[in-house]
Design a protein around this ligand. Structure first.
Ligand code: MG
Length: 213
């Protein structure tokens, strides 16, 4: 292996379920439709929210114009607040680099993640950061993995890809020739149907990735 590529949410950083639900509920209050219709719209704008400006996604949801800016700001504040690596993760990534491996992140995320990134403990840890909101691509699209490998200067088959499995990201990595590794903390059941019964490589901490390299 020459490189290790990590997923962000629920891999390097825990997804803040309650905080995210709170933001969603505050937005739902502004959209004059029932819960079912709001859920349908939320699902419909998911891709747009992860690959383009949040303001446009909120507008498509039906958030009134006068409220869009404050909700975009709230999401940016959320990013600054929650983007903290798991205990031990930053040291493990630094150790991978000390051993001569390249490191990267590929994240399906909205614009607040790259905006907050430089101020977080994650800044400077990776050779390449690929954010869906900046490149307009999502996992498991092949090109998001390939462009990251190209930016690292390695072949896809030289890469481990470590993630919790959302967005079918593990099979997506495998399809382009990367070695997928399921990240599943001890005691957790797989959250995503795609990874139930996963028979490939698996780690329960970011430190354990060091044993695979
Ligand atoms: Mg994830």
């Amino acid at each position: 292996m020459r490189a290790v590529i990590f997923d962000l949410w629920d891999t390097l950083v825990e997804w803040p379920v309650a905080e995210a639900a709170r933001l969603r509920a505050r937005i739902a209050e502004l959209v004059p439709v029932d819960e079912e219709e709001f859920g349908r719209r939320w699902h419909e704008v998911y891709r747009a929210s992860q690959t383009g400006p949040l303001a446009e996604a909120y507008r498509a949801l039906g958030v009134p114009d006068e409220h869009i800016e404050s909700h975009v700001r709230a999401r940016h504040a959320f990013g600054r607040q929650v983007l903290r690596p798991r205990v031990g993760a930053a040291a493990a990534v630094a150790e991978l680099r000390r051993r001569g491996l390249k490191t990267a992140v590929i994240s399906v995320c909205s614009e607040e993640v790259p905006a907050a990134w430089p101020e977080t403990e994650l800044a400077g840890l990776f050779d390449v950061e690929t954010f869906s909101s900046e490149c307009g691509l999502m996992k498991p699209e092949p090109e998001i993995y390939r462009r990251t490998a190209r930016a690292l200067g390695v072949e896809t088959h030289d890469c481990l890809f470590v993630g919790d499995g959302a967005n079918d990201e593990l099979l997506g990595a495998w399809r382009v020739g990367m070695t997928p590794v399921l990240f599943l903390p001890a005691g957790n059941a797989p959250l995503w149907p795609e990874v139930r019964g996963w028979a490939g490589e698996q780690v329960s901490s970011i430190e354990e990735v060091l044993e695979l390299c």
